[in-house]
Design a protein around this ligand. Structure first.
Ligand code: FAD
Ligand code: NAI
Length: 476
């Protein structure tokens, strides 16, 4: 049955479902279109993030870290354990349980906020009298609903390489790599980016020999160089074999496994034979069959929907948020855009400072940063001062067997404003929140240094790094 809504959101990933909730909180009549199906054929909310992204990957990272600690590090605490074994099926089932709990949680939130879930594929089929028409095609039927405001939150999918079909059994993207039934002896990863490092770490910890083939000549190009350099040391020491500057040839299969021929950085022809291959070479926005042309919109040459700083498209009342628009492909970035757009529709004046969006890579130790890198500041010609402090000089870190890494604070040379914070630490994902708050409030390094931090805690290293910008770290 056709209905009129104030707001229809297309896509219930973190950008879309949060936007729907905020719009409902603001008093709008809201519907959200979602078509995601689990492998067992059940419709599910939550998008990439909850089903095959952030949440399941972090669950497997946590399980594999527990295994690695039990098998290799507990003895350093004086605890001897023997016969540590991995039950991959149980590990994956635990992860699936968390995913299901979280996606069902969004169904509850939709009911609580009186948001209608329109089940199926949504697409624009025109507009009339100030209302956009959205056709929703389910398994058996389709219907057309209308809304004054439409928020496109259709997210992204894995980019695949030409000539290398992904079957998600042997050659996998993130979806297949989260459901291996056993630990592959030899695992190849094409692309040493965020997914490659996180999922490569999961299976390395569980016993795979992992080789990563990366096209770029540099490692973690988006990170501060000091961080990338230190992480290279740590990850290669952990056993990740990372080959940089490679060019992949035609992949083939034989009884011995999957053969990946490649030319290495020195120009030598080499070949890698593995049992499973993960392809993690970036993601592309979802704009297929969205009917954008019916309302005079089109994706740009890279497939993204063009928006302004407030996620407005060229059509009044049509917004786009999350992975389908410019900016980092991060769940929290999409969530913040979702809140911003709902508030804009309500006539408020929200704003996002994209420079204050934190990044985290959930390796061990974790990598996190917010703001500018040292190389960006140099390129911008900005005068800055840097302060760095190691976790090796922090008592809590030593006690936790977490002494790897450092915090680096970059501050304006004249005003002392914090311009960037870069962390390698076991708990970097939590520590970076302090830096994000500081930068949102335009804090100075001195502001961070004057705040009383709990002792003993990993957060003391943030304060010491802030003090170090003025060469007055206390414990160094
Ligand atoms: P998505 O989550 O992709 O959701 C879009 C939804 O729209 C999907 O459910 C899709 O079915 C639906 N949809 C698309 N088209 C239509 C249509 N026409 N009709 C109906 N429904 C439609 N980010 C982080 O911040 N932290 C992390 O730790 C992290 N880990 C990740 C790990 C992995 C393995 C991957 C792959 C990604 C990870 N990300 C992480 C990125 C994060 O998942 C994305 O940035 C985030 O999911 C984007 O949210 P979104 O709502 O824009 O899109
Ligand atoms: P990515 O952009 O992080 O890394 C892709 C890597 O593949 C790059 O280093 C690139 O140079 C390399 N590459 C591209 N083509 C190649 C080729 N032909 N051969 C070899 N290497 C090649 O993308 P990734 O890892 O697929 O993740 C996609 C996005 O998902 C991330 O950019 C991030 O936005 C999001 N994500 C976020 C996470 C987090 O926040 N912790 C975790 C996982 C994903």
């Amino acid at each position: 049955m056709s209905e009129r809504y104030d707001v229809i959101v297309i896509g219930a990933g973190p950008a879309g479902y949060i936007s729907a909730i905020r719009a409902a909180q603001l008093g709008f009549k809201v519907a959200c279109v979602e078509k995601w199906k689990t492998p067992s054929g059940e419709l599910a909310l939550g998008g990439t993030c909850l089903n095959v992204g952030c949440i399941p990957s972090k669950a497997l990272l946590a399980s594999s870290e527990e295994y690695e600690n039990a098998a290799h590090h507990l003895h350093e605490h004086g605890i001897e354990v023997q016969g540590v074994k991995v039950d991959v099926a149980k590990m994956v089932a635990r992860k699936d349980g968390i995913v299901s709990k979280m996606t069902k949680g969004i169904e509850f939130l939709f009911r609580k906020n009186k948001i209608t879930w329109l089940k199926g594929h949504g697409r624009f089929v025109g507009a009339a009298d100030g209302f956009y028409k959205i056709e929703v095609s389910g398994d058996d039927a389709s219907e057309i609903n209308e809304a004054r405001n439409v928020i496109i939150a259709t997210g992204s999918k894995s980019r695949h390489l030409p000539g290398l079909p992904v079957d998600n059994v042997d050659v996998c993207d993130n979806e297949g790599a989260l459901v291996f039934t056993e630990v592959p002896k030899r695992l190849g990863v094409i692309g040493a980016g965020v997914i490659g490092l996180e999922l490569g770490s999961v299976w390395r910890r569980l016993g795979s020999a992992v080789t990563m083939l990366e096209a770029m000549p540099g490692f973690l190009a988006a990170c501060d160089e000091a961080v990338a350099k230190e992480c290279w040391k740590i990850f290669t020491k952990q056993g990740l074999d990372i080959q940089l500057g490679v060019k992949i040839g035609e992949v083939s299969r034989s009884a011995d496994g999957i053969t990946v021929p490649y030319v290495d950085a020195s120009g030598e022809q080499r070949s890698l034979v593995v049992d499973k291959l993960i392809v993690s070479v970036g993601r592309v926005p979802n704009t297929d069959k969205l009917g954008l042309e019916s309302i005079g919109l089109a994706p740009n040459e890279r497939g993204f929907i063009e928006v302004d700083d407030h996620c407005r498209t060229a059509q009044p009342g049509v917004f786009a948020i999350g992975d389908v628009v410019r900016g980092p492909m991060l769940a929290h970035k999409g969530e913040d855009e979702g809140v911003m757009v709902a508030e804009l529709i309500a006539g408020q004046q929200p704003h996002i400072d994209y420079n204050c969006i934190p990044w985290v890579i959930y390796t061990s130790p974790e990598i996190a940063w917010v703001g500018r890198t040292e190389q960006q500041l140099k390129a911008e010609g900005r005068e800055y001062k840097a302060g760095q402090f190691p976790f090796a000089a922090n008592g809590r870190a030593l006690g936790m067997l977490a002494a790897e890494g450092f915090v680096k604070v970059l501050a304006d040379a004249r005003t002392d404003e914090v311009l960037g914070v870069h962390i390698i630490a076991a708990t970097a994902s939590d520590l970076i929140a302090e830096a994000a708050v500081a930068m949102e409030f335009k804090a100075s390094a001195e502001d961070i240094a004057r705040v009383c931090h709990p002792h003993p805690s990993m957060s003391e290293v943030m304060r010491e790094a802030a003090l170090a910008t003025d060469r007055r770290a206390l414990n160094m």
